[in-house]
Design a binder for this molecule. Structure first.
Ligand SMILES: Nc1ncnc2c1ncn2[C@@H]1O[C@H](COP(=O)(O)OP(=O)(O)OP(=O)(O)O)[C@@H](O)[C@H]1O
Length: 609
């Protein structure tokens, strides 16, 4: 209350007022001093016992005598000055704070919460990586339709791979349940080349062939055109003699041609679909949603997202939003959130599309997976994750058992020599070599062609080539007319290049996913493969970190005899000169061509005027 005393001014009372004020001020000062003493003595006695306890412990640990500060031992010295006695800043603050600050507790460290993986992620269906086991002969899979069985046989497939033997029957069973029991969505994370594609192709066709109709009932979304084409071809092969029809929507042909393939107008039925399955790129899907009259996904039973992590990383035309919105018009349940499950809801709504997510590098991070709005999901995984606290664990990726991986350290100027040594002296055949830029791939291809004088048949395979050229190059590689392909990461993912024996990373990958997909172009389908990465001495540590970020251990090093480089130096110098000449003449040609084009444009413009 003293703080609120109001001093009124009265004439002649000046001296009285001064006396009163002085007295009052002294009283206030005295009170403050007393409170300070009281506060300090409680804190310091706590502090004293704490310091003495710590010094005792230190003595015990180190076997040495620790001197307790005089101020602590001697109670008489405990005054407000006690704050000077080796107090930690936090203790100091506690002593000098007179008043409790509202919300002060917010600054205290909260105890760490232990995060636990959701049950479906911590208890996945474990998928074996052993592709050579031959435990699942096709002949014994009674649930498999005879038409599909004979297509598998014609494709040379006699046994199912583990991921197929687990995932296909699971999907089929889910679609045999009554409609009120909606199917569990699934996520499949299995190594590259382990046969994930047939794990969704076969069950989808087998379910859809039961009643072929006039609706799109399955959709497979992929990140790039090449992959979409590859998956489309597989669907086409397995749809034979089943009555199920499939279309490719990837932008490889003009939009209006794709539109003609998928929808058709009839007087009696209105717009009907010509196909049961569409295989599309995410970007092209949005174009059809927005521009194709009669394009409808309302009857979708299956939604497959292949290379799911990549699609999510590169959101093309915001496709998930547009697709959700489109399907939501018919069925509220497609939207990201799973509704309350009650009898009324299950009966009223038809089940949402069965979502199937696949990738060799599928994140098992619940926060990332949540964006897909999965319904009571199940995980099939070749890697078991138990510890959510460990970031490396939720990104634990596996590579095929048949894949041998090495790294080799060399200087930048020795890299071409090393590559030449592998290809010509070690006779490595069917090699895929990755650089980080299309231009480097081009230069390297010219160098190897000129240097080997045609002994090594090298071709480029980059996104800079048009599609028909790329297909031609891949075909030649398969037929052994080309034995080395030099390319960029644009084609690292998902592309199934048959019989690739070696993968060389001429430039190191930028992240673990790129590494896994690069090396995964070899060692596929149970065949042996060898992947080698060239590293500059300064890159070894960062590469170890990249491996660690995917839960992989360090690779064994490959040692190269220094004489290898000495022997090749002279011929390399000549080859590099020739390479420069070729590149210069290419550049001159380009310049001349552009001048010609400009001239032609100007003369056309003049004529037009
Ligand atoms: N059961 C099988 N027996 C023999 N070969 C098979 C079998 N299943 C698939 N294959 C072959 O294995 C190769 C790899 O299959 P697929 O492309 O489906 O692998 P993936 O797991 O999707 O790989 P990625 O993750 O790189 O896309 C293909 O050439 C395919 O024909």
């Amino acid at each position: 209350m003293d703080l609120f005393v109001i001093n009124r001014y009265r004439e002649g009372d000046d001296q009285d007022i001064v006396n009163q004020e002085t007295k009052h001020l002294e009283k206030l000062k005295k009170d403050i001093e007393e409170r300070k003493k009281l506060h300090a003595s409680t804190n310091v006695s706590n502090l004293k016992s704490k310091v003495i306890k710590q010094s005792n412990e230190a003595e015990k640990d180190n076997n040495t005598k620790v001197t307790v500060p005089k101020a602590i031992e001697d109670d008489s010295l405990i005054q407000t000055s006690a704050v000077e006695v080796n107090l930690k800043p936090s203790d100091k603050d506690k002593i000098t704070h007179e008043f409790k600050v509202l919300g002060g507790n917010d600054f205290e460290q909260k105890p760490k919460v232990q995060r636990i993986l959701p049950y479906w992620l911590s208890h996945p269906y474990s998928v074996s990586r052993n592709l050579r086991n031959e435990a699942y002969p096709i002949a014994e899979q009674a649930w498999l339709h005879s038409t599909l069985r004979s297509t598998l046989a014609s494709d040379g497939i006699t046994h199912l791979f583990p991921v197929q033997a687990q995932v296909i029957p699971f999907i089929l069973q889910e679609h045999e349940l009554p409609q009120t029991l909606w199917p569990h969505d699934i996520c499949v994370s299995a190594p590259t080349g382990s046969g994930k594609t047939l794990s969704f192709v076969i069950p989808i066709i087998q379910v859809l062939m039961k009643d072929v109709g006039h609706h799109i009932r399955a959709m497979v979304v992929l990140p790039v055109q090449e992959l979409a084409t590859q998956i489309f071809k597989i669907f086409k092969k397995y749809c034979q003699k089943t009555g199920v029809k499939v279309a490719l929507l990837s932008g490889s042909i003009p939009l209006h041609q794709e539109q003609q393939q998928i929808v058709h107008y009839t007087e009696s039925q209105g717009w009907i679909s010509e196909v049961d399955i569409i295989v599309c790129t995410a970007g092209r899907l949005v174009e059809h949603i927005q521009n194709t009259e009669g394009f409808s996904l309302k009857h979708l039973k299956f939604l497959v997202i292949d290379e799911a992590d990549r699609i999510m990383d590169h959101i093309q035309n915001d496709w998930l939003y547009h697709m959700d919105k489109h399907i939501k018009l018919e069925n509220e349940l497609m939207s990201g959130k799973v509704p309350n499950l009650n009898w009324d809801c299950l009966n009223k709504h038809k089940p949402p599309p069965h979502k199937l997510l696949f990738s060799a590098t599928l994140s098992q991070d619940p926060e990332k997976l949540e964006q897909w709005g999965l319904f009571q999901p199940k995980l099939f995984s070749a890697a078991t994750v138990t510890n959510f606290e460990d970031e490396d664990q939720i990104r634990k990726y596996t590579t095929p058992d048949e894949l041998k991986e090495n790294y080799v350290v060399c200087n930048a100027e020795h890299k071409p020599l090393l590559l030449y040594h592998f290809l010509l002296e070690q006779n490595w055949d069917k090699v895929l070599c990755f650089t980080n830029a299309a231009q480097s791939a081009h230069r390297l291809a010219i160098l190897l062609n000129t240097w080997s004088k045609g002994k090594i048949k090298v071709a480029e395979l980059s996104a800079a080539l048009d599609r028909s050229k790329r297909d031609e190059v891949l075909k030649k590689f398969t037929q052994s007319e080309i034995n080395v392909l030099i390319g960029t990461d644009a084609l690292a993912r998902g592309i199934d290049i048959p019989d690739c024996n070696y993968v060389i990373s001429y430039d190191p990958p930028r992240n673990i996913k790129t590494y896994i997909h690069r090396v995964g172009r070899t060692g596929r389908a149970g065949r042996v493969g060898h992947a080698v990465i060239m590293l500059l001495p300064s890159q070894t540590n960062s590469f170890t970190q990249i491996l660690k970020s995917g839960g992989k251990t360090e690779l064994p090093a490959m040692n190269i005899d220094a004489n290898v480089f000495n022997q090749l130096t002279e011929s390399y110098d000549n080859a590099i000169q020739e390479t420069k000449n070729v590149i210069n003449s290419e550049n001159n040609f380009k310049v001349e061509k552009s001048i010609e084009l400009k001239r032609g444009f100007k003369s056309r413009k003049r004529k037009a005027q």
